[in-house]
Design a protein. Structure first.
Length: 79
């Protein structure tokens, strides 16, 4: 799906702006390929399934690696 701009997509556009503040673990904007997981009470987004797979191999190592480009505190808390 490509980005479309126009009056028809206004409703969709609003939603996009709202979530665009959030970024994936790699610092990329959220796209339709984005997947997410919950780890230690925070929701983490990944640009694609491959990134999530890498995370699942060793979550702690991933969070410390250079692949993790956002601040832990910026992640959405989930109860
Ligand atoms: Zn990634």
């Amino acid at each position: 799906m490509s980005e479309q701009h126009g009056p028809i997509n206004q409703e969709h556009e609003k939603q996009t702006i709202q979530v665009s503040r959030l970024k994936t673990a790699c610092g990329s904007p959220l796209t339709n390929k984005t997947v997410s997981t919950i780890f230690e009470g925070r929701k983490i987004y990944f640009c694609e399934k491959e990134c999530l797979d890498e995370f699942n191999l060793d979550p702690k190592a991933f969070l410390k690696s250079e692949h993790f480009l956002i601040r832990w505190e910026d992640l959405e808390k989930v109860a």
